[in-house]
Ligand binder design. Structure first.
Ligand code: AMP
Length: 436
């Protein structure tokens, strides 16, 4: 089978790495890809949001399956365009991707179908929004409606902070037109976790859970990033919690999307708060998490290509998937200054010595080749993944590998996995079964 993979970050490197392990793969092309992906695929320098060029590329390459990694092309309608031309696509339609691209859409859908989430209201007017903040009381959360690369959400400890966040949306227009619609919701207490499922629009197959670390500094301090590390399994998502998430959240959401005429196909990322009263949705994403993807795919024992093909062609999902009981951790190495401005073009050394360690894989996120040498080319540069018998062992191996890699100004968190290390892992993961 020939695959066209869209995207060029760490998540797409993990997808390429796992797809390349399939005995059914005959050829892979990536757009735009990156130097890590180039080990598995022919990389064509077409941006993931250049829809016309991507459709033309598909016509040239005639793939048997297109796998779309990032959310931006999905929300622009890439999957719809490619399906119109007859290509099987792993990825949501633009209408279904609204679960991620419009927080107001996702919240309204959950409200209509009784899916547990934080109490909320949506506003297009600053005065009414401020009034609702006073009704709700602090702490509360202000969310710009559209895609804002994680920057549109402000957790406000005080009403003054909420006023500032609203001014940013409505007056400074920091999030453009998409920030002129704002969701205000109650602050949820609990532990966060990410849960992944795939759906062909009707049936659902649970994948597995993970936890990530969003802030840039140790101890969950500093500004939010795209994600500084992740690990799987997530102890808080034990087997009974996964069942509950499937029953209370996932199945009703997939059924609601089908009923409303926008069936959901692809991977659904459910961002959860495990509150005392049960799991609640913080957000939906229409793609794999980055870096959660780099942590979870090494645990998949089955064939990723066959799974993604089954979702894309809607010919029936496998009955179950096998997962390694071993733990997996991904530590992100970032450029100096990230998530603010950062330099690029810094030479990277030591990846071969890092990957000579057992159980280690290094995924490229923001790298480039310059005169043959590997250099930094983004904020998040590498995802250093390690497997181990438990999270502690995986963490130790990952950091041993990180220490072998060098680039000027590299920084990374030293406490990835700390929540899992504080509590014993509970049994229950290892196989997931299809439902629906
Ligand atoms: P989101 O982009 O909606 O996932 O929000 C980014 C981050 O803000 C989440 O990962 C949470 O840490 C936090 N957050 C969002 N909504 C809530 C909420 N209702 N209660 C508590 N924290 C929240």
């Amino acid at each position: 089978m020939k695959v066209l993979l869209i995207g060029g970050g760490g998540r797409e490197h993990a997808l390429a790495w796992k797809l390349a392990r399939s005995p059914r793969l005959s050829d892979m092309v990536a757009a735009p890809g990156n130097p890590g992906i180039a080990a598995h695929a022919r990389c064509i320098p077409v941006k993931d949001v250049a829809l016309d060029e991507l459709v033309a590329l598909a016509k040239d390459e005639r793939p048997d399956l297109v796998v779309v990694g990032p959310e931006a092309p999905l929300s622009l309608g890439l999957a719809d365009r490619l399906r119109d031309h007859g290509y099987p696509v792993f990825g949501a339609s633009a209408a279904a991707a609204r679960l991620e691209s419009s927080k107001a859409f996702a919240k309204d859908l959950m409200a209509r179908h009784g899916i547990p989430t934080a109490r909320f209201q949506t506003f297009q007017d600053a005065v009414a929004a401020r009034r609702f903040c006073r009704e709700l009381g602090a702490p509360l959360v202000v969310k710009a409606d559209g895609l804002a690369a994680g920057k549109g959400v402000t957790v406000c400890r005080t009403l003054e902070e909420a006023d500032r966040a609203l001014a940013l949306c409505f007056e400074a227009r920091a999030f453009g037109d998409s920030g002129l619609t704002v969701v205000i919701e109650e602050f949820l207490e609990g532990e966060e976790a990410s849960f992944f499922v795939v759906s062909d629009g009707a049936a659902v197959l649970p994948l597995i859970g993970a936890q990530d670390h969003k802030t840039v500094f140790d101890g969950d301090q500093g500004p939010n990033t795209g994600g500084m590390g992740a690990y799987s399994p997530a102890p808080v998502l034990d087997a009974s919690m996964q069942e509950r998430v499937m029953a209370d959240i996932v199945r009703p959401t997939i059924a609601a999307m089908a009923k409303e005429g926008t069936p959901y196909t692809g991977v659904l990322y459910v961002g959860l708060m495990i509150a005392r009263e049960g799991p609640k949705v913080i957000e939906f994403n229409c793609r794999f998490g980055d870096p959660e993807c780099q942590a979870i795919l090494p645990r998949l024992d089955g064939d990723l290509l066959t799974l993604l093909e089954a979702v894309a062609t809607r010919r029936g999902l496998p009955a179950s998937l096998a997962w390694s009981p071993r733990a997996s951790v991904c530590v992100v190495m970032a450029s100096a200054g990230y998530p603010g401005t950062y330099p690029t073009g810094r030479p990277i050394t030591g990846i071969e010595t890092a990957t000579s360690l057992r159980d280690v894989t290094v995924f490229h996120a923001g790298t480039a080749r310059k005169d043959g040498a590997l250099v930094t080319a983004g904020g998040r540069v590498l995802g250093v993944q390690a497997s181990g018998d438990d999270v502690a062992a995986a963490v130790a191996t990952a950091y041993a590998a990180v220490e072998r890699i060098h680039f000027d100004g590299a920084h990374y968190r030293r406490d990835i996995g700390h929540r899992a290390l504080r509590r014993p892992a509970r049994a229950g993961e290892g196989a997931s079964r299809r439902v629906g």
